[in-house]
Design a binder for this molecule. Structure first.
Ligand SMILES: C[S@@+](CC[C@H](N)C(=O)[O-])C[C@H]1O[C@@H](n2cnc3c(N)ncnc32)[C@H](O)[C@@H]1O
Length: 312
């Protein structure tokens, strides 16, 4: 199955690519967003993906837009350095479409899916510990905390206990075995959501340091944007969205109330350097969620660097 870009028309409308503009697609994936930007205006797109397979797939698109699409295999949390090495220090827009792509999810060999059997890997890129390394080595307590904090899994303690018992018999090496251990802990609920969903999400976030990546990316992006430049982020669960929401609110000057030593905030509150474009997150319409269930949990937030402001 190919990857269907989520909230594509909203993203293109907010980015508003213009002739000569330079944009970063920090999550190239199947190239759905990048293609739309390149088609919308004679602009240049830099595209990052930590997955070498996504970058390799992008070669034909780069050939279709000679000199206008530049592909980089790396992490979006390193965008400032990755672009500086290539002589790029300012951008007219940055877009992040968080999470995994259908290419990754649907390939059992990548180990993301509890629906099919494969090695328990879950790395979007190469290098670093796999999900199997975590479930086979973390102390029970740490495993439980991880499932609770990154998966919001209420049965985290029981699942961690079962994992530790099971790995004592033989290392847990496959997605199917891990999923069956988790399912054995709780009865199915009426929601129809697979019982392994939250634990798999937690492991994936930790294996790829997804929340740390988002924090670094938002900071990097805010330094790269030129006046009028826009940052657009599509997130898929509350942990991601919370980080994006806070960052954007702070950047736009909606910081917590000023200090009691300076109640009017005269010294602490500089004029906002950014403007929120989405007071509330945009959500996909029903037509999109019906056609593409992956879009159901999407939330889009956008920020603009104020005109007349320079990057810090
Ligand atoms: C949801 S897909 C993006 C789909 C894309 N917008 C499209 O239209 O085809 C997310 C992609 O981001 C990549 N990714 C996730 N975290 C990343 C990170 N920290 N750095 C670079 N790429 C990342 C994944 O490898 C995946 O290919």
């Amino acid at each position: 199955m190919s990857h269907v870009p989520v909230m594509l028309s909203e993203v293109v409308r907010l980015l508003a690519p213009r002739s000569g503009g330079v944009y970063l697609d920090g999550t190239f994936g199947g190239g759905g967003y990048a293609t739309a930007f390149l088609e919308a205006a004679p602009c240049t797109v830099w595209a990052i993906d930590r997955d070498p397979e996504a970058i390799a797939r992008g070669a034909s698109l780069a050939a279709r837009f000679p000199g206008r699409l530049h592909l980089i295999n790396g992490r979006f949390g390193d965008m400032l350095d990755l672009l500086a090495e290539r002589g790029i220090t300012t951008l007219d827009g940055v877009v992040l479409d968080l999470g995994v792509s259908s290419f990754q999810l649907d390939d059992p060999a990548r180990g993301f899916s509890f629906r099919s059997d494969g090695p328990l890997d879950m790395r979007m890129g190469s290098g670093g510990p796999t999900a199997a390394d975590l479930v086979n080595t973390l102390p029970e307590r740490e495993l439980a905390d991880l499932l609770f904090e990154l998966g919001e899994e209420r049965a985290s303690r029981r699942i961690a206990r079962e994992i530790v018992t099971a790995r004592g018999q033989a290392p847990i090496a496959s997605t199917a075995r891990l999923a069956s251990i988790i399912r054995g802990v709780m009865p199915p609920d009426r929601s129809g959501i697979d019982r392994a969903t939250r634990s798999f999400q937690a492991l994936r976030i930790r294996v790829n340091d997804e929340l740390g990546e988002i924090e670094r990316a938002l900071d990097n992006a805010s330094r790269l944007l030129s006046p009028g430049g826009r940052l657009i982020v599509v997130s898929f669960h509350s942990l991601e969205d919370r980080i994006v929401k806070r960052f954007m609110a702070d950047a736009a000057g909606r910081a917590p109330s000023p200090s009691r030593h300076d109640p009017r905030g005269l010294t602490t509150r500089a004029a906002p350097r950014f403007r929120l474009l989405t007071a509330r997150p945009l959500r996909p319409g029903t037509a999109e969620t019906t056609a593409n269930p992956r879009a159901r949990s999407a939330r889009l937030r956008a920020l603009e660097r104020a005109v007349g402001e320079r990057a810090p």
